[in-house]
Design a protein around this ligand. Sequence first.
Ligand SMILES: Cc1ncc(COP(=O)(O)O)c(C=O)c1O
Length: 320
Amino acid sequence: MNPTDHFPRLSLGHFPTPIRRLHHLEQALGGGHLLLKRDDLAGFALAGNKTRPLEFLIADATSTGCDVVVGGGAPKSNFIAALAAAASVGGIACELLISGAALVDPPPTLRLAEASGARLTFTGGDREHLDEEIDARASALNRDGHHAYAVPRGGACAVGALGFASGASEIAGQGVPDNATIVLAVGSGSSVAGLNAGRGAIGANWQIIGVSVSRPLEEMRRHVTTLTRACTQLLEVAAPSDAVIVDASVPGMGTTTDAERMIVSLAYESEGLLFDPSYGAKALVEVQRLVRTGFERPIVLWHTGGLPSALSLLTTEKGA
Ligand SMILES: Cc1ncc(COP(=O)(O)O)c(C=O)c1O
């Protein structure tokens, strides 16, 4: 049973994404039972995990008669490039609000968004205020006769969370055992909230550990609980027990620790896998921590993508 089956959905990615055992990394770490869920292979642009919420968000926008989506993020946000690509494929215009000042040398994420035909506006402000600015821009467009669809940062809303609610039934169908622990990085909270809502809807007992990369821990916990409830209300199922959220927000998104560098190199050397510094590296460190505690139950690491910045971690000198 997939609890999201009756919602409009635009097919963008190749699902189910593969799941496989990481024998070589287990050996390198000296233990553990590790499985990798490969949303880095979702097959839509470089969108990784963000392909999932966008299948529901763009379908919701077009099926309700909207003619423009309004979203936003920091310049290096993977989501903005993904949103622009999904809007383009879905045949709807896209406006993006980018935090900070205009850049002389835009990162690949912004260049990709432009290549999809999105209209970019720099707000000059910080990213924390973007959701309000997105709503205000959507209202202004509506006053001008458009039908605008506002998408919060990262697709963190009930409809966006449907993407990972669907992912929950996907991994149940791939045989992930009930005693598994699932580890994934948390930014906007859309993925972990949807996964937990979907887990509840299908009655799976997995433990879910979200590795928070940005907001303060208590704020993130509250935010994820609210988002999970919004998604379960949409699905018309009971709210599940909360996911475990652990803090990986220190020393900050732009800074890579020695531990992150080492485990990312180990994953590349032992399995040929690429992980990005902002999200994947932090989830991997949590997996390593679990293995070191002698954790014996299967651990599913959900690879969320982030390939635009994955190269930088392996190819730049420490401290660069
Ligand atoms: C590569 C990658 N992994 C994980 C995440 C976190 O996902 P979420 O925003 O759904 O919490 C993001 C968010 O942009 C991401 O780009």
